[in-house]
Design a protein around this ligand. Structure first.
Ligand SMILES: [Zn+2]
Length: 681
């Protein structure tokens, strides 16, 4: 369990099968410039609503496609990436000769996934062995080994809890076992606990969906209803004991290292020996139980609920996890609740998109090699690395010049910055998929074997030296992240493409956009969460009391600022949840500005498209965030997304920057000029 703090949150696992609009594979990327004047709305006043000024044209010209929950510059690029990967996979699926081992694997996986007819023909058969396993739970002590099997096979932490490897918070070089809270079918604990009308409505529809799924498994209407009620009861008990998302931002609240006896003491009714033996890890000694109160609630549930209801709970989660890989009836039901009802998506995604996403999720570094070879040149890597070093230098200058931080904390902050590792494009060492068996005509089997491979790969890390070269995102991903325990920033090749990074464009928009993203990830090392880890990735307080207080004061300026913004309806930003991202956004843009100023020192950048270089910097920045959202999706995000809505990821920054006020000659009192400016980094 780590805290990867990233640039965007994209839903990868939306599913579907009906084409929203006819699309074809892409031979190469369509070129969209890094600063697109057509995306602007020049009738808007930059000093009144800069987001509208920079993105108004884009928002108007890019309505949300019927198979998407939201549609923005990031998701559009991700969609283009998918079409590009589709072409690669389609070619590899049709060819059966002249493919290397990885190419054969991803080609055959894709072919099996696209073969909907074979999936329909097999019906529920692939699920039967798992259901039979659950049916054989005859005594409470049978639960542990069965749960281990289900965890290995599905990788799903919605089955009561999550279990895997993670870096020890106290010693980042050690990899230990993590037992974490899970067990829920709705996206957040709040869905079970809030009493407003919308929450009650979603709960009722969730219950209907669970019952419908039991029906698909062959249960009578009465049984399905009773079992759905049991699922709701169990999940509500688990949700009540789950830490709110805001508390989960504090790593100290998630650090409870214990030995086997400690773990057994929390959950005496659960046979951990049998569970670990079944996982093939009988000798694991060190555990981090991220939420002990959750495991106490788990203990209560497995002691109090009837065996029949516990079996029903497991059946529901196994069926739910498997639904995207089963027949149309299961796919439909799953889409209907999780996409249509929860996020307001009218149409399912075409099957090719789901299949490309799955190859990326399960064999991502094999697919990534194909992507990188075609779309990420060594020159591009060198340019990205150069800009990263410039942003790092800006951060160094920034830390050295901070008036609010004392010399002792500065020394530690600079040490942390100096040991931070940049990972650009793709991993140095590719994952070895030789152990994954892929068969044409066996889609479900492929998914299951790939998942078991991933579960085993993850568990095998426990007790071994840490692999610092590992990536948590695949190369085609349009996103980036900072990992405080690894103390590294990771930029997949997919995010270093136009219109985000555009080698044909002048410096200003590139520094605004990609420079801003690099600065954003770098700032995560020093946000409310990241600052609690030291240069080695250990959870350790390296701040003097005064400096910590000064940081908190500055951070609360941002928390107060964003709390005033509305997400949708009357829901305001939960700015304690978003503060890390908000701090990273502002810090990132300030660092990008500093790096750009250094880059152009002595040069005379020209105006283009009627925009001065300083204006191009800000418009270039803003245009990564142009995005339309469905209100239903906004409601989910208000509860779960640590990022603020795109509008405020632009307007919320520029109001804090005097550089912006000068660039657009804004006047005091205008909406984009804040009276009380916030600044952390
Ligand atoms: Zn972030």
């Amino acid at each position: 369990m780590r805290f990867p703090a990233c640039r965007a949150l994209l839903a990868v696992f939306a599913i579907g099968s009906a084409a929203a609009q006819p699309q074809t594979p892409l031979e190469s990327f369509p070129y969209t410039p890094g600063l697109d004047t057509a995306a602007m709305d020049r009738t808007a006043d930059a000093c009144v609503d800069f987001y509208q000024y920079a993105c108004g044209g884009w928002l108007k010209a890019n309505p949300i496609p019927p198979d998407q929950a939201s549609w923005g510059v990031y998701s559009k690029l991700a969609n283009d990436n998918q079409r590009f990967l589709w072409g690669i996979l389609d070619g590899l699926a049709k060819r059966t000769a002249g493919r290397n081992a990885n190419q054969a694997k991803i080609g055959d996986y894709f072919a099996a996934c696209m073969d909907e007819e074979a999936v329909e023909k097999r019906g529920m058969a692939p699920l039967r062995p798992l259901l039979a396993r659950i049916d054989r739970i005859a005594r409470r002590r049978d639960l542990a080994p069965v749960l281990a099997d289900l965890h290995l096979t599905t990788g799903d932490s919605a089955l009561f809890f999550g279990f895997g490897s993670g870096q020890d918070y106290a010693d980042a070089t050690r990899v230990i076992a993590f037992a974490s809270a899970g067990g829920l079918g709705l996206p957040d604990r709040d869905y079970y606990l809030k009493d407003d009308e919308r929450s009650r409505d979603i709960r009722a529809k969730y219950g209907e969906h669970v019952a419908r799924t039991f029906g698909l498994l062959g249960e009578s209407g009465e049984d399905a209803k009773a079992h759905a009620a049991a699922v709701m009861r169990i999940e509500t008990a688990l949700a009540t004991a789950t830490l709110p998302r805001v508390d989960q931002r504090d790593p100290y609240k998630l650090f409870h290292r214990m030995d086997r006896a400690g773990l057994a003491g929390l959950t005496p009714g659960f046979d951990w020996n049998a569970y670990l033996a079944r996982l093939g890890m009988p000798r694991v000694k060190a555990f981090n139980v991220t939420q002990p109160a959750f495991f106490q609630a788990f203990q209560k549930e497995i002691a109090a609920e009837s065996l029949a209801d516990l079996r029903a709970y497991l059946r529901w989660h196994v069926a739910s996890a498997a639904s995207p890989f089963l027949t149309r009836a299961f796919v439909e039901a799953n889409f209907d609740f999780y996409s249509r009802t929860l996020r307001g998506v009218p149409e399912m995604r075409p099957r090719w998109k789901r299949c490309v996403s799955l190859v990326d999720a399960q064999l991502g570094e094999a697919l990534g090699q194909e992507f990188v070879r075609r779309a990420f040149s060594p020159e591009l890597k060198a340019k990205a690395l150069r800009m990263t070093r410039e942003i790092e230098q800006a951060m160094r200058t920034d830390i050295e010049s901070l008036a609010w931080m004392g010399p002792e904390t500065k020394r530690q902050a600079l040490a942390k910055l100096a040991s931070l590792v940049n990972k650009i494009g793709y991993p140095d060492k590719w994952r070895d998929y030789r152990a994954v068996v892929v068969r044409r005509g066996d889609f479900y089997g492929n998914v299951e074997r790939a998942q078991r491979f991933e579960s085993r790969r993850d568990l095998a890390k426990i007790g071994k030296p840490l692999d610092r070269g590992e990536w948590m995102m695949t190369p085609p991903t349009v996103n980036a992240y900072y990992d405080p325990q690894m103390n590294d920033i990771n930029f997949p090749a997919g995010v270093l493409q136009p219109p985000l990074y555009d080698p044909k464009m002048d410096d200003a928009p590139n520094y605004g956009d990609t420079g801003g993203t690099i600065g954003h990830e770098l700032t995560h090392a020093f946000d409310d969460e990241g600052r609690k880890f030291d240069a080695r990735g250990n959870l350790r307080d390296w701040w003097t009391a005064d400096d910590a207080k000064a940081f908190e004061e500055r951070a609360s300026c941002i928390v107060d600022q964003y709390a005033k913004y509305t997400v949708v309806d009357d829901i305001h930003i939960n700015s304690r949840l978003t503060q890390g991202e908000d701090i990273a956004d502002l810090g990132g843009l300030i660092l990008a500005w500093m790096a750009w100023e250094t880059e152009i020192a002595g040069k005379k950048p020209e105006s283009r498209d009627g925009l001065a270089p300083e204006q191009r910097f800000f418009v270039g920045y803003a245009q990564w965030a142009c995005q339309n959202d469905r209100p239903e999706n906004m409601r989910v995000r208000a509860l779960t997304d640590p990022h603020s809505p795109p509008r405020y990821r632009v307007n919320g920054l520029v109001v804090n920057m005097p550089e912006f006020e000068r660039a657009f000659a804004c006047k005091a009192g205008q909406p984009m000029v804040s009276e009380k400016r916030c600044r952390v980094w």
